[in-house]
Design a protein around this ligand. Structure first.
Ligand SMILES: *Cc1c(COP(=O)(O)O)cnc(C)c1O
Length: 388
């Protein structure tokens, strides 16, 4: 690798070496279509099913409850759109939060156009959904609740056990977008009252192009992609078996190393936060501190300057960060997540997300602490808003 510093692991991660090596023979040697009955196909199928079993074991599910998809976005779409018809007698009301990923929010906006009614729960100043707010929002015609496990911008970890219990008591299907938390936080679906859960390989050092949806046994879900009989006839299309097999290996390793990794990375996170606070006046942390924050997430707002300006200057020095979610940077609208935790447009525009990962070291943190305060000082000296 070069001496560039990558601090955008919430957007995507590099495929780790062990995973890459594991995947390689499946491109050229073990290439059979897993739906074929000959030995080439059977061979691929064996590994595909082993990946399903591994993923199931990693999250306390049964292999038959794991459906392969092409991405976290597809898993979110499928989870939400796939359960509506089965609930049509009950109603058309869905509950979510204001800080979901666009894969969930834009799906729900589309459903609103089709006559569904959506309640967007507010969050508190740290980004948490209040279980009492969920209770209050539930109606007779509520058919689905979709709340993310951990937020991709500010790292807030939601009380999904408590929220799930409320759904269960009310007989409502509960979907969790766990794309940021899979491989980072323990997930045990044997005990978690969750019916549907999405994950995505490229967020935990697996390849892009593979995701999974957990569908609890007994939860009726409709097919979204018609075609061959793949995924028990529910999702047609020849499997991207190389990526799926890589996803299994990546999640296995992530879960194995979870505790050790989190200990090391959360220490770097806190060094980064504390260091920035010591060196930069008028800075605020977005999202909570401590255990209820993703171990790899730092998100700060720095008054009087634009996040994009900081990003460009960091990038020139070889440091990759983000001003929010990768999907919204480049647009002028401030992040919906930062607005939901009560930031003004002006403050939200001055925010920066640094998401750490397994390759980062203390030297990387030191480097950021060296250069970012200088960048801020320079940008502020040019800002008409800043009085010094
Ligand atoms: C990245 C992300 C997604 C989308 O996953 P893709 O595999 O990139 O489509 C969905 N939800 C959250 C919380 C994410 O961070």
């Amino acid at each position: 690798m070069t001496d560039r510093i990558y601090l955008d692991h919430a957007a995507t991660t590099a495929v780790r070496k062990e995973v890459f090596d594991y995947m390689l023979p499946f491109f050229t040697e073990h290439f059979g279509n897993p739906m074929s009955v000959h030995s080439f196909g059977r061979e691929t199928k064996k590994y595909l099913e082993a990946a399903r079993e591994t993923i199931a074991n990693c999250i306390g599910a049964e292999p038959r409850e794991i459906m392969f998809t092409s991405s976290g976005t597809e898993a979110d779409n499928w989870a939400i759109k796939g359960v509506l018809k089965g609930q049509s007698k009950k109603g058309k009301h869905i509950i979510t939060s204001q800080i979901e990923h666009h894969a969930v929010l834009h799906t729900l906006e589309q459903l609103e156009q089709q006559g569904y009614e959506v309640t967007y729960l507010p969050v508190d100043r740290e980004g948490f959904v209040d279980p009492d707010e969920l209770k209050k929002a539930i109606r007779k015609d509520t058919i689905l609740v979709s709340i993310m496990h951990a937020n991709n911008e500010i790292g807030a970890i939601q009380p999904i056990d408590e929220l799930g219990l409320i759904c269960k008591e009310n007989g409502i299907i509960f979907h969790v977008d766990a794309v940021q938390s899979a491989g980072v936080l323990p997930i045990d679906l044997k005990h978690l009252p969750v019916d549907l859960l999405s994950l995505s390989a490229h967020k935990f050092y697996g390849p892009k192009g593979a995701g999974a949806l957990f569908v609890r046994k007994g939860t009726r879900i409709e097919s979204m992609i018609s075609g061959g009989g793949q995924e028990r006839g529910l999702r047609g299309g020849t499997h991207n078996h190389v990526a799926i097999i890589g996803m299994g290996k990546a999640l296995e390793l992530a879960v194995l190393e979870m505790e050790e990794n989190n200990k090391r990375i959360s220490k770097l996170r806190d060094q980064l936060i504390d260091g920035l606070f010591e060196r930069i006046p008028e800075i605020r942390l977005n999202g909570p501190r401590g255990d209820k924050r993703l171990p790899n997430n730092v998100n700060v707002s720095i008054k009087y300057i634009e996040g994009e300006g900081m990003l460009l200057h960091l990038d020139m020095l070889g440091i990759a960060a983000s001003s929010g979610s990768a999907c919204t940077s480049g647009s002028l609208d401030p992040s919906h997540v930062l607005l939901a935790i009560g930031l003004t447009h002006e403050i939200a525009h001055g925010s920066l997300r640094l998401s750490l990962g397994r390759e980062n070291t203390e030297a990387d943190v030191k480097k950021v602490l060296e250069v970012l305060p200088e960048i801020v000082k320079n940008l502020r000296s040019m800002s008409p808003l800043y009085e010094g």
